[in-house]
Design a protein around this ligand. Structure first.
Ligand code: TYD
Ligand code: MG
Length: 455
């Protein structure tokens, strides 16, 4: 008999290895590799052999099938992020930092779906039923027809779901679930993987929509939600800064709708409230025009969103100047600084650079390049942009500016919020936003000279 060899997995991304190492080759995290508990996590030792299987029934691509009837929760920010409502028999992962509001969101969603007629079961592995009931009371949802259980034993949960035949089951959280056929502690990679696999196959087989809550973990002791991302249909992350009341639900994968869609919520004393006009909210803390502050007209998913970027540029007391970014990509900031220096003659050597996206928002669009460059220039030259101006556009390594997608939507949103002018790449099509004055720029050096009088 072959010797049972040990296998190891990364608790952050789930990659498998046959030996331990300090750093995961898959995701680059440190100290996340742990030995797998239980047997049979490696490849099977025998081949399938000669025994014949059953024949599959093959179909044509053109098979006519109506799109699945989606259920609406009535929380429109959630329904939109799901791609237009909940798809039957789908598996959705809701990831996020502990304490960010996942349980609150899903209890509210459960109550809304249940009130709209969906048979709903909420299983909490983290809190006692009494605690969940107390939260429901605080949220004013105590009379919603949601069935509740506090349990972590997966076998018992599946048996109950099979008997009760709900249309929606919420499992809070996947890290507390425990499958008795896997010899490993709850929260380990093998347990989380096994539990997620059982629950997603159950969802498909029995036609139950399942939500799995997954905590993002900072240390390597507990497997993070990335371990199950590939098993589910939809992956949503609930983001936000603890100090801010804004919460953003972002779809990073969706087999039934667009990815990168966001829903914006506000955490209040009585639960999460929808934010129908996120731009107004993100700009609400903006004061008088000041150097370093620039409004970026962005697109998140299918929706335009205006956010304020704040930059601070100051002489550095350190031998190596600092570059600190919150809400944007640090590598992209380095690129913009290099383009400003190499193509426009604006050096940042010896200067500390801080960039912050206001309101705890995270941006990943390349169209933010020009807004970032404008914020950096504004801070460095101590020149404030007029309060009525928004900025957007992509910067290439040559310093040339490229028009951004959906220019018209960006301008319309800006106009709606009282802006009258936009600094944007030459060639941007303004379309029907008549009230907006477009200041077209072909190159980053035009912005440097034309707007900030530098270079
Ligand atoms: P919770 O949903 O328990 O977070 P998670 O499940 O992601 O760990 O939310 C926890 C925080 O939300 C907690 O610090 C209290 C706050 N909160 C409110 O501000 N208002 C509310 O109505 C509720 C229920 C929670
Ligand atoms: Mg929770």
């Amino acid at each position: 008999m072959a010797k049972a060899s040990k296998t190891f997995s990364c608790t952050s991304c789930g990659a498998s290895f046959n030996k331990w190492s300090g750093r995961c080759d898959g995701c680059g995290e440190w100290n996340t590799i742990v030995e797998d508990g239980g047997l049979s996590s490696g490849p099977p030792s025998r081949s399938l052999g000669n025994k014949r299987g059953a024949s599959l029934i093959l179909t044509d691509l053109s098979t006519e099938e109506a799109p699945p009837p989606r259920s609406q929760s009535g929380i429109s920010e959630l329904d939109r992020v799901l791609g237009g409502g909940l798809v039957p028999a789908s598996a959705t992962l809701v990831g996020g930092d502990p304490g960010i509001g996942k349980s609150t969101l899903l209890l509210q969603a459960a109550a809304h779906f249940a009130r709209s007629g969906l048979k709903t079961i909420y299983v909490s592995g983290e809190e006692a039923s009494a605690q969940v009931r107390m939260r429901a009371q605080r949220l004013g949802l105590q009379d919603a027809p949601v069935k509740l259980a506090a349990e972590t034993n997966l076998r018992d949960i599946l048996t109950t779901l099979e008997a009760e035949k709900p249309e929606l089951a919420i499992i809070d959280s996947i890290q507390t679930m425990w499958a008795d056929n896997v010899e490993a502690a709850p929260g380990s990679v093998s347990q989380v993987r096994a539990a997620a696999h059982e629950l997603t196959t159950f969802a498909k087989r029995r036609g139950v929509s399942v939500f799995l809550v997954g905590h993002v973990t900072k240390d390597g002791q507990i497997a993070g939600p990335r371990v199950v991302e590939h098993m589910v249909d939809t992956v949503l992350y609930f983001e936000g800064e603890r100090g801010h009341q804004f919460r953003i639900l972002r779809s990073v994968k969706n087999r039934f709708g667009p990815a990168d869609e966001i829903g914006v919520f506000e955490m209040t004393g009585s639960g999460l409230a929808e934010v129908k006009n996120p731009s107004a909210l993100f700009l609400s803390e903006r004061g008088e025009p000041s150097a370093g502050s620039v409004v970026f007209a962005g697109i998140e998913g299918t929706r335009p969103v205006l956010v304020e970027l704040q930059a601070l540029v100051a002489p550095s007391p350190h031998s190596q100047a600092r570059r600190t970014v919150v809400g944007w990509d640090g590598g992209r900031l380095a690129m913009i600084l290099a383009v400003l220096e190499a193509r426009c003659g604006i050096p940042f050597a010896g200067l500390d650079v801080y960039l912050n996206v206001a309101g705890g928002m995270k941006i990943s669009e390349p169209a933010a390049d020009l807004a970032v460059a404008a914020a950096l220039l504004s801070a460095r030259e101590d020149v404030a942009l007029p309060a009525n101006t928004v900025v957007f556009g992509e910067i290439s390594l040559s310093g040339a500016l490229r028009p951004a997608a959906q220019t018209e939507n960006r301008l319309k949103e800006a106009q709606k919020l009282g802006f009258t002018s936009a600094i944007a790449p030459k060639g941007s099509k303004a379309g029907g936003s008549a009230g907006m004055k477009l200041q077209p720029m072909a190159d980053l050096s035009d912005v440097v000279g034309g707007i900030f009088g530098a270079g």
